[in-house]
Ligand binder design. Structure first.
Ligand code: FDA
Length: 307
């Protein structure tokens, strides 16, 4: 029951101000956010790759309100790519982007987001890596998929995310699987109405399995974004039945969540990519992590009280 309340708070400026300055916040945020700057995150990337893991890097930020902020988001990713170039990790370090951070919700936002994300995708390709477009709330997805399709004309390796809780997603999965795309499947982290999304956890899990099956049997590259041990076991079985080798799909998990499992799956020979978020505008990302596991909220509450 707490999850939807926290998700509603994730869009409140008043809560943002309160949470951002509350004593004890930093300690909890640090569990999910790998640092504030690219200089903080580079050693974390190297540590992960030394352990046999791969990463997808997210400069946190979303729902920006000016064109200048959208350009700043583009520049932050270009700066990240300049640092990655020196590391020579290729696709072991890719990037995830939220189009709302690139201006998607502003006037002419679709064109603006495409214009801002294209140089990032180009620069990523120039250093031998790629970009995945994150999925945000359902109102943004037609634009996200159109941008994805447009980018794939020149950069076919560009990935996108689909969310199992949405009714539309099985159809999206079929289309993307047939087109040979890289696709990350996740359960979905936003507050969505019952008119567009399953509300029941069991229904979401069943949809997740149906969608994984479509992706595993299709022509694309499935990226299984989940910490759920049952879904991970089912993914392995579906991949085996579809005749996929270990390098023909991958698992993805979030930085700070089930870290032992990251290493265990990599040690078994799986491609395991850690979604590593960094930056200063962490509020929305952090609140979604609290909403996913209300026990995190308890920990957060305690750390505020004991400070
Ligand atoms: P579930 O929530 O059932 O969790 C399974 C277990 O994992 C829990 O029992 C717990 O042990 C652990 N766990 C999960 N979340 C935790 C948390 N926050 N803190 C502590 N433990 C936790 N969503 C979206 O809408 N758009 C997107 O683009 C993305 N991108 C994305 C990338 C990657 C790599 C991942 C792993 C996830 C996303 N998500 C996302 C988030 C996703 O939609 C979903 O909210 C979370 O992954 C939680 O769902 P699980 O599948 O992990 O299952």
């Amino acid at each position: 029951m707490l999850g939807p309340v926290i998700l509603a708070a994730s869009r409140s400026d008043q809560m943002r101000r309160f949470v951002s300055v509350a004593p004890g916040t930093k300690q909890v945020v640090d569990r999910f956010i790998a640092g504030e700057t690219v200089e903080h995150v580079v050693p974390i990337v190297l540590d992960a790759t030394d352990k046999g893991l791969e990463v997808t890097l997210d400069v946190v930020g979303e729902d920006i309100t000016t064109r200048e902020q959208a350009c700043a988001a583009r520049d932050a990713y270009l700066d990240l790519i300049a640092h990655l170039k020196d590391l020579g990790l290729g696709t072991k370090a890719e990037m995830s982007v939220k189009l709302s951070m690139f201006g998607q919700a502003l006037e002419d936002g679709h064109e603006l987001a495409l214009a801002n994300v294209r140089p990032v995708v180009e620069a990523a390709a120039a250093i031998g890596t790629t970009v995945t477009l994150d999925a945000e709330d359902h109102t943004t997805l037609d634009s996200m998929f159109a941008i994805h399709e447009e980018l794939r004309k020149d950069f076919p390796q560009t990935g996108c995310v689909i969310q199992a809780y949405l009714f539309r997603t099985e159809a999206d999965a079929r289309r993307l699987a047939a087109s040979g795309s890289r696709v990350r499947i996740v359960k979905g982290a936003y507050k969505e109405p019952a008119s567009v999304a399953h509300q029941d956890k069991g229904e979401i899990d069943k949809a997740y399995v149906r969608i994984m099956k479509i992706l595993m049997e299709g022509d694309g590259y499935p990226m299984i974004g989940s910490h759920d041990p049952r879904l991970i076991a089912i993914a392995q079985e579906l991949a085996r039945r579809a005749g996929r080798k270990l390098d023909e799909y991958e698992f993805q998990m979030l930085y700070g969540i089930r870290s032992d499992e990251h290493v265990r799956l990599a040690a078994e020979g799986h491609r395991m990519r850690v979604y590593t978020a960094y930056g200063t505008d962490w509020y929305g990302y952090f609140m979604r992590r609290l909403a996913e596991k209300p026990a995190n909220l308890l920990f957060f509450g305690r750390s505020i009280i004991t400070k």
